[in-house]
Design a protein around this ligand. Structure first.
Ligand code: ADP
Ligand code: MG
Length: 380
């Protein structure tokens, strides 16, 4: 599934994200103080997003999605932790610096559009340019016309928002979000108020913005829409789930994935370093989070055969945990560094006991892998 070259690029890409992420949240927490007491809406959130990524943010209602997006747009402030966007420490900005920063760096698109009702569509799009004190009046008009053209709203430029359909209002809101050519678009349930056909056209618009190099963060509760983004991050009870565990075991409930996220341990391997060998005791289940691993087995002809190459979001180690207790294959890092997260045998087996669907999926994969081994002449 993963070409070697693509994986090396992916590994290099993740390293560069850690070094110079466009959006970088470290230990972010948010506690709301209410009459009923304190409520922790975000806990220890660590998240890095690189320039040009399209990331969907999912989670049950109340899991903290809106709180998270409000943290990184500066609409609300964290109780603890650090938020850097393109190097700017957003959590430290005062009110007026925050408004200036947001106006130039971020386009925000809301579920309920939030166009100013007394301004025409083109005036709504020109407004952020005026507020940020960017461009001459003439340029503002030209830019607004070009943006309305891009979102297919030229005809409606001089109308008031209440004369537009929901989909048209959202297109105008997207044009407004793009007014100052911000590198980042942040959006909370942008299609939550649109029918599915209109939602589709808004999603296509986001896709073309990503192709133009924009970074997009999109909160959605719709799994089908979330899948349109190459990367999905999931919140459960205010905590981020390990996104590679979610990819590896997608049928686990969010509660189980949260347990697994809390208990998994990250380990690094150097290029070509073995992770386990035949006859080793099987004690962990592994999910790859970075790089590529190779699986080798002994053939009955006495040769070492490469049986599989696995990349981020794929797992290994399940066969030894389910079919006896010793490893039968060699798994090692390929030619680039590898990071995996490991779950203990007890944790892995308790997840399978708790989720029949996951047990079925893992069993299916075990059978496929065993079939492949015998096909390649490697007795198991
Ligand atoms: P989501 O967008 O995933 O549905 P939110 O981020 O809106 O979740 O909310 C997360 C939790 O924080 C919810 O339990 C919500 O009730 C609570 N919450 C959100 N905003 C506030 C607030 N201003 N005051 C108190 N509690 C809040
Ligand atoms: Mg919300």
């Amino acid at each position: 599934m993963f070409g070697k070259k693509a994986n090396q690029q992916e590994a290099a890409h993740s390293t560069s994200i850690e070094d110079g992420a466009l959006i970088d949240l470290r230990s972010v927490a948010k506690v709301y103080h209410t009459d009923a007491g304190n409520f922790t809406a975000l806990k220890e959130v660590n998240l890095q997003i690189g320039a040009g990524e399209f990331v969907s943010i999912v989670g049950k209602s109340g899991s903290g999605k809106t709180t998270l997006i409000n943290m990184l747009t500066g609409i609300d402030r964290p109780t603890a932790g650090e938020i850097r966007v393109a190097g700017t420490p957003v959590h430290k900005l005062g009110e007026s610096d925050m408004a200036t920063w947001r106006g130039r760096n971020l386009g925000v698109v809301f579920q309920f559009f939030q166009l100013l009702p007394t301004l025409t569509v083109i005036e709504n799009v020109m407004l952020p340019m005026g507020l940020a004190n960017l461009y001459s009046h003439r340029e503002r008009q030209e830019r607004a016309i070009a943006l309305l053209d891009q979102v297919g709203m030229m005809e409606e430029a001089d109308k008031l928002p209440n004369r537009l359909s929901g989909g048209q209002q959202q297109r105008a809101a997207i044009a407004r979000a793009l007014a100052n050519d911000p590198p980042i678009i942040a959006t909370d349930e942008p299609t939550g108020n649109l029918d599915s056909r209109t939602a589709e056209s808004v999603m296509q618009l986001f896709g073309s913005l990503v192709d133009q190099g924009k970074t997009i963060l999109m909160v959605t509760h719709d799994p089908a829409l979330a899948k349109r983004a190459p990367r999905t991050i999931t919140l459960a009870n205010g905590e981020l789930l390990n996104e590679f565990l979610v990819r590896a075991l997608p049928t686990l409930t969010h509660d189980l994935l949260l347990d697994a996220t809390r208990q998994c341990l990250a380990t690094h391997y150097a290029p070509d370093e073995p992770i386990y060998r035949p006859q080793d005791h099987a004690d962990h289940f592994y999910v790859i989070t970075q790089g590529e691993v190779q699986v080798f087995a002994h053939s009955s002809a006495g040769e070492d055969v490469l049986v599989d190459s696995l990349g981020p979001g794929q797992y290994f180690g399940e066969i030894g945990l389910l079919n006896g207790s010793l490893r039968t294959v060699l798994v090692k890092a390929a030619s680039a560094p590898v990071e995996v997260v490991a779950l203990s045998r007890d944790m892995f087996l308790s997840l399978l006991r708790a989720s029949g669907e996951t047990l079925d999926e893992v069993t299916r994969s075990v059978n496929q892998r065993m079939d492949r081994l015998s096909l390649l002449g490697c007795p198991v």
